[in-house]
Design a binder for this molecule. Sequence first.
Ligand SMILES: [Zn+2]
Length: 321
Amino acid sequence: MKNIACKLVVVTLAITATWIGFPRVGKPDEPKPTAAIVNPLDAQRAYGYLEQICALGPRFSGSPGMQKQQAFLEEHFKKLGGKVSYQQFLANNPRGGEKVPMANMIVEWHPERKERVLLAAHYDTRPLPDRDPDPNKRKTGTFIGANDGASGVAVLMELAHLMPKFSGPLGIDFVLFDGEELVYDKDDPYFLGSSWFAKKYAEKPPAYKYRWGVVMDMVGDVDLQIYQEQFGIAWRDTRPMVKEIWETAAKLGVKEFIPRIGYEVRDDHLPLRNTGKIPSCDIIDFDYPPWHTTNDAPKHCAGSSLTKVGWVVYEWAKGQK
Ligand SMILES: [Zn+2]
Protein backbone atom coordinates (compact mmCIF):
# COMPACT_ATOMS: atom_id res chain seq x y z
CA MET A 1 0.00 0.00 0.00
CA LYS A 2 -0.92 2.86 -0.22
CA ASN A 3 -2.69 4.66 -2.98
CA ILE A 4 -2.17 8.33 -2.98
CA ALA A 5 -4.87 10.04 -4.92
CA CYS A 6 -3.39 13.41 -4.36
CA LYS A 7 0.05 14.43 -3.21
CA LEU A 8 -1.31 17.30 -1.26
CA VAL A 9 1.03 17.60 1.64
CA VAL A 10 0.71 19.83 4.61
CA VAL A 11 -2.14 22.09 3.78
CA THR A 12 -2.82 24.38 6.65
CA LEU A 13 -6.53 24.47 7.20
CA ALA A 14 -9.03 25.81 9.60
CA ILE A 15 -8.14 23.06 12.04
CA THR A 16 -5.27 25.17 13.23
CA ALA A 17 -7.84 27.61 14.56
CA THR A 18 -8.96 25.12 17.18
CA TRP A 19 -5.51 23.81 17.75
CA ILE A 20 -4.30 24.28 21.25
CA GLY A 21 -0.68 24.41 20.22
CA PHE A 22 2.66 22.93 21.03
CA PRO A 23 4.54 24.07 24.06
CA ARG A 24 6.04 27.44 23.36
CA VAL A 25 9.23 28.49 24.95
CA GLY A 26 9.43 31.76 26.82
CA LYS A 27 5.80 32.12 27.85
CA PRO A 28 5.72 30.68 31.34
CA ASP A 29 2.12 31.65 31.99
CA GLU A 30 0.79 29.42 29.21
CA PRO A 31 -0.34 25.87 29.93
CA LYS A 32 2.41 23.40 29.29
CA PRO A 33 2.11 19.76 28.36
CA THR A 34 1.60 17.66 31.41
CA ALA A 35 5.23 16.93 32.05
CA ALA A 36 4.36 14.82 35.06
CA ILE A 37 2.72 12.19 32.88
CA VAL A 38 5.20 9.59 31.81
CA ASN A 39 4.60 7.30 28.88
CA PRO A 40 3.54 4.01 30.47
CA LEU A 41 4.72 2.01 27.46
CA ASP A 42 8.17 0.47 27.17
CA ALA A 43 9.98 1.52 23.98
CA GLN A 44 12.70 -1.09 24.21
CA ARG A 45 10.20 -3.89 24.69
CA ALA A 46 8.03 -2.60 21.82
CA TYR A 47 11.05 -2.52 19.52
CA GLY A 48 11.87 -6.07 20.61
CA TYR A 49 8.38 -7.13 19.52
CA LEU A 50 8.91 -5.53 16.12
CA GLU A 51 12.21 -7.39 15.73
CA GLN A 52 10.65 -10.69 16.77
CA ILE A 53 7.85 -10.28 14.23
CA CYS A 54 10.31 -9.45 11.45
CA ALA A 55 12.44 -12.46 12.40
CA LEU A 56 9.50 -14.65 11.37
CA GLY A 57 10.22 -13.61 7.77
CA PRO A 58 7.65 -12.64 5.12
CA ARG A 59 4.12 -12.82 6.50
CA PHE A 60 1.90 -12.42 3.48
CA SER A 61 -1.58 -13.94 3.58
CA GLY A 62 -1.58 -17.74 3.63
CA SER A 63 2.21 -18.00 4.09
CA PRO A 64 4.06 -20.11 6.68
CA GLY A 65 5.32 -16.83 8.18
CA MET A 66 1.75 -15.69 8.75
CA GLN A 67 0.94 -18.96 10.55
CA LYS A 68 3.98 -18.55 12.78
CA GLN A 69 2.97 -14.97 13.50
CA GLN A 70 -0.53 -16.04 14.50
CA ALA A 71 0.83 -18.57 16.99
CA PHE A 72 3.28 -16.00 18.37
CA LEU A 73 0.64 -13.29 18.80
CA GLU A 74 -2.02 -15.63 20.15
CA GLU A 75 0.32 -16.75 22.91
CA HIS A 76 1.29 -13.16 23.72
CA PHE A 77 -2.24 -11.78 23.94
CA LYS A 78 -3.63 -14.78 25.84
CA LYS A 79 -0.82 -14.61 28.37
CA LEU A 80 -1.80 -11.00 29.12
CA GLY A 81 -5.51 -11.86 29.51
CA GLY A 82 -6.93 -11.08 26.07
CA LYS A 83 -9.69 -13.22 24.56
CA VAL A 84 -8.38 -14.30 21.15
CA SER A 85 -10.48 -15.47 18.23
CA TYR A 86 -10.16 -15.64 14.46
CA GLN A 87 -12.51 -14.60 11.70
CA GLN A 88 -11.64 -16.96 8.87
CA PHE A 89 -12.54 -16.82 5.20
CA LEU A 90 -11.13 -17.69 1.80
CA ALA A 91 -10.00 -15.13 -0.75
CA ASN A 92 -9.14 -15.41 -4.41
CA ASN A 93 -5.46 -15.69 -5.08
CA PRO A 94 -4.64 -12.81 -7.45
CA ARG A 95 -2.12 -15.13 -9.12
CA GLY A 96 -4.76 -17.80 -9.69
CA GLY A 97 -4.93 -21.32 -8.30
CA GLU A 98 -6.30 -22.32 -4.96
CA LYS A 99 -8.01 -19.83 -2.73
CA VAL A 100 -5.99 -18.29 0.07
CA PRO A 101 -6.96 -18.92 3.69
CA MET A 102 -7.44 -15.62 5.50
CA ALA A 103 -7.88 -14.89 9.18
CA ASN A 104 -8.48 -11.64 11.00
CA MET A 105 -7.32 -11.99 14.59
CA ILE A 106 -9.57 -10.41 17.20
CA VAL A 107 -8.38 -9.75 20.75
CA GLU A 108 -11.09 -8.66 23.17
CA TRP A 109 -10.44 -6.87 26.45
CA HIS A 110 -13.33 -6.67 28.93
CA PRO A 111 -15.75 -8.35 26.49
CA GLU A 112 -18.70 -7.64 28.77
CA ARG A 113 -18.58 -3.92 27.92
CA LYS A 114 -21.19 -3.15 25.27
CA GLU A 115 -19.66 -0.01 23.85
CA ARG A 116 -16.26 -0.57 22.36
CA VAL A 117 -13.32 1.01 20.57
CA LEU A 118 -11.63 -0.91 17.80
CA LEU A 119 -7.85 -0.55 17.51
CA ALA A 120 -6.61 -2.09 14.30
CA ALA A 121 -3.49 -2.84 12.30
CA HIS A 122 -2.84 -5.08 9.33
CA TYR A 123 -0.59 -8.00 10.10
CA ASP A 124 0.01 -9.33 6.62
CA THR A 125 2.95 -8.12 4.56
CA ARG A 126 3.08 -7.39 0.87
CA PRO A 127 4.20 -10.52 -1.01
CA LEU A 128 7.05 -8.79 -2.84
CA PRO A 129 9.17 -5.65 -2.45
CA ASP A 130 7.85 -4.33 -5.75
CA ARG A 131 9.22 -0.81 -5.33
CA ASP A 132 12.77 -1.94 -4.66
CA PRO A 133 15.42 0.05 -6.55
CA ASP A 134 16.80 -3.28 -7.84
CA PRO A 135 14.42 -4.58 -10.58
CA ASN A 136 15.39 -8.20 -9.83
CA LYS A 137 14.46 -7.87 -6.19
CA ARG A 138 11.05 -6.51 -7.15
CA LYS A 139 10.22 -9.98 -8.49
CA THR A 140 12.23 -12.26 -6.22
CA GLY A 141 13.29 -10.24 -3.16
CA THR A 142 12.26 -10.80 0.44
CA PHE A 143 9.93 -8.29 2.03
CA ILE A 144 9.69 -8.35 5.83
CA GLY A 145 7.68 -5.14 6.37
CA ALA A 146 9.17 -3.77 9.59
CA ASN A 147 7.23 -0.55 9.28
CA ASP A 148 4.59 -1.66 6.78
CA GLY A 149 3.22 -4.62 8.71
CA ALA A 150 5.09 -5.18 11.97
CA SER A 151 4.91 -1.65 13.41
CA GLY A 152 1.15 -1.53 14.03
CA VAL A 153 1.23 -5.06 15.44
CA ALA A 154 4.11 -4.20 17.78
CA VAL A 155 2.15 -1.20 19.11
CA LEU A 156 -0.81 -3.46 19.89
CA MET A 157 1.48 -6.04 21.54
CA GLU A 158 2.89 -3.32 23.76
CA LEU A 159 -0.52 -1.78 24.49
CA ALA A 160 -1.75 -5.21 25.59
CA HIS A 161 0.22 -4.80 28.82
CA LEU A 162 -2.07 -1.92 29.82
CA MET A 163 -5.35 -3.45 28.73
CA PRO A 164 -6.28 -5.63 31.71
CA LYS A 165 -6.46 -2.48 33.86
CA PHE A 166 -8.13 -0.31 31.23
CA SER A 167 -10.81 1.56 33.11
CA GLY A 168 -14.31 1.68 31.64
CA PRO A 169 -16.85 2.37 30.45
CA LEU A 170 -15.55 1.43 27.01
CA GLY A 171 -14.14 -1.94 26.06
CA ILE A 172 -11.27 -2.30 23.62
CA ASP A 173 -10.89 -4.78 20.77
CA PHE A 174 -7.64 -5.20 18.89
CA VAL A 175 -8.27 -6.40 15.34
CA LEU A 176 -5.37 -7.58 13.20
CA PHE A 177 -6.43 -7.51 9.60
CA ASP A 178 -5.26 -10.09 7.11
CA GLY A 179 -5.12 -9.42 3.37
CA GLU A 180 -4.55 -5.69 3.54
CA GLU A 181 -2.18 -6.08 0.63
CA LEU A 182 -2.19 -9.48 -1.00
CA VAL A 183 -1.23 -7.46 -4.01
CA TYR A 184 1.07 -8.30 -6.91
CA ASP A 185 -0.36 -5.94 -9.45
CA LYS A 186 -1.91 -2.48 -9.17
CA ASP A 187 -5.35 -3.84 -10.03
CA ASP A 188 -5.38 -6.50 -7.31
CA PRO A 189 -7.82 -5.74 -4.51
CA TYR A 190 -6.61 -4.34 -1.19
CA PHE A 191 -8.26 -4.53 2.26
CA LEU A 192 -9.63 -8.08 2.04
CA GLY A 193 -9.62 -8.60 5.81
CA SER A 194 -11.06 -5.25 6.83
CA SER A 195 -13.69 -5.45 4.08
CA TRP A 196 -14.78 -8.88 5.29
CA PHE A 197 -14.83 -7.73 8.91
CA ALA A 198 -16.85 -4.60 8.10
CA LYS A 199 -19.34 -6.53 5.95
CA LYS A 200 -19.99 -9.12 8.68
CA TYR A 201 -20.37 -6.39 11.30
CA ALA A 202 -22.91 -4.53 9.15
CA GLU A 203 -24.84 -7.64 8.06
CA LYS A 204 -25.22 -9.14 11.48
CA PRO A 205 -24.68 -6.51 14.16
CA PRO A 206 -23.33 -8.05 17.36
CA ALA A 207 -24.64 -7.36 20.88
CA TYR A 208 -22.00 -4.67 21.27
CA LYS A 209 -21.28 -1.57 19.25
CA TYR A 210 -18.04 -0.03 18.07
CA ARG A 211 -18.11 3.67 18.79
CA TRP A 212 -14.80 4.40 17.08
CA GLY A 213 -12.15 2.65 15.04
CA VAL A 214 -8.48 3.64 14.87
CA VAL A 215 -6.17 2.06 12.29
CA MET A 216 -2.42 2.23 12.90
CA ASP A 217 -0.19 1.61 9.92
CA MET A 218 3.46 2.54 9.26
CA VAL A 219 3.92 4.01 12.71
CA GLY A 220 7.47 2.86 13.43
CA ASP A 221 9.57 5.25 11.32
CA VAL A 222 12.65 6.58 13.13
CA ASP A 223 11.78 9.96 11.64
CA LEU A 224 8.16 9.97 12.73
CA GLN A 225 5.81 12.65 11.44
CA ILE A 226 2.11 11.93 11.57
CA TYR A 227 -0.14 14.32 9.74
CA GLN A 228 -3.91 14.10 9.75
CA GLU A 229 -5.02 11.78 6.98
CA GLN A 230 -7.33 13.47 4.50
CA PHE A 231 -10.35 11.15 4.61
CA GLY A 232 -10.44 11.26 8.40
CA ILE A 233 -10.54 15.03 8.44
CA ALA A 234 -12.97 15.33 5.49
CA TRP A 235 -15.66 12.96 6.79
CA ARG A 236 -17.96 14.73 9.17
CA ASP A 237 -18.34 11.72 11.48
CA THR A 238 -14.59 11.20 11.91
CA ARG A 239 -13.30 14.77 12.03
CA PRO A 240 -14.01 15.15 15.78
CA MET A 241 -12.06 12.00 16.65
CA VAL A 242 -9.11 13.08 14.52
CA LYS A 243 -9.04 16.46 16.24
CA GLU A 244 -9.30 14.84 19.66
CA ILE A 245 -6.44 12.44 18.96
CA TRP A 246 -4.12 15.24 17.81
CA GLU A 247 -5.18 17.38 20.78
CA THR A 248 -4.36 14.48 23.07
CA ALA A 249 -0.90 14.28 21.49
CA ALA A 250 -0.38 18.01 22.10
CA LYS A 251 -1.36 17.66 25.75
CA LEU A 252 1.13 14.83 26.14
CA GLY A 253 3.83 16.79 24.33
CA VAL A 254 4.06 14.23 21.50
CA LYS A 255 5.04 16.63 18.76
CA GLU A 256 5.33 13.92 16.11
CA PHE A 257 1.56 14.29 15.68
CA ILE A 258 1.40 17.33 13.47
CA PRO A 259 -2.00 19.02 13.41
CA ARG A 260 -2.09 19.67 9.72
CA ILE A 261 -3.48 17.71 6.79
CA GLY A 262 -1.16 15.31 5.02
CA TYR A 263 -1.75 12.64 2.41
CA GLU A 264 -4.98 11.07 1.35
CA VAL A 265 -4.39 7.41 2.13
CA ARG A 266 -6.58 4.50 1.16
CA ASP A 267 -6.31 2.10 4.04
CA ASP A 268 -8.34 -0.24 6.26
CA HIS A 269 -10.28 2.68 7.74
CA LEU A 270 -12.23 3.02 4.46
CA PRO A 271 -14.13 -0.30 4.66
CA LEU A 272 -14.57 0.08 8.43
CA ARG A 273 -16.23 3.44 7.98
CA ASN A 274 -17.95 3.08 4.61
CA THR A 275 -19.19 -0.50 4.95
CA GLY A 276 -19.17 -1.10 8.71
CA LYS A 277 -20.41 2.41 9.52
CA ILE A 278 -17.82 2.58 12.29
CA PRO A 279 -16.34 6.11 12.37
CA SER A 280 -12.68 5.30 11.80
CA CYS A 281 -9.46 7.15 11.10
CA ASP A 282 -5.96 6.19 10.04
CA ILE A 283 -2.80 7.03 11.96
CA ILE A 284 -0.04 6.72 9.39
CA ASP A 285 3.31 8.24 8.54
CA PHE A 286 3.29 7.81 4.83
CA ASP A 287 6.62 9.50 4.26
CA TYR A 288 8.92 6.48 4.50
CA PRO A 289 11.63 6.02 1.84
CA PRO A 290 12.05 2.21 2.29
CA TRP A 291 8.33 1.65 1.64
CA HIS A 292 7.76 -1.61 -0.30
CA THR A 293 11.48 -2.27 -0.66
CA THR A 294 13.82 -4.89 0.82
CA ASN A 295 15.05 -2.06 3.03
CA ASP A 296 11.87 -1.85 5.15
CA ALA A 297 13.80 -3.30 8.08
CA PRO A 298 13.91 -2.78 11.87
CA LYS A 299 16.93 -0.44 11.56
CA HIS A 300 14.62 2.18 10.05
CA CYS A 301 12.19 1.92 12.96
CA ALA A 302 12.38 3.12 16.55
CA GLY A 303 10.78 1.83 19.72
CA SER A 304 10.09 5.39 20.82
CA SER A 305 7.98 5.95 17.67
CA LEU A 306 5.90 2.87 18.47
CA THR A 307 5.29 3.88 22.06
CA LYS A 308 4.49 7.51 21.24
CA VAL A 309 1.72 6.38 18.91
CA GLY A 310 0.50 3.78 21.39
CA TRP A 311 0.48 6.30 24.22
CA VAL A 312 -1.53 8.90 22.32
CA VAL A 313 -4.13 6.33 21.26
CA TYR A 314 -4.29 4.87 24.77
CA GLU A 315 -4.79 8.24 26.46
CA TRP A 316 -7.37 9.28 23.87
CA ALA A 317 -9.33 6.04 24.38
CA LYS A 318 -9.11 6.39 28.16
CA GLY A 319 -10.58 9.88 27.87
CA GLN A 320 -13.74 8.65 26.12
CA LYS A 321 -16.76 8.74 28.39
ZN1 LIG B 1 2.13 -1.62 2.08
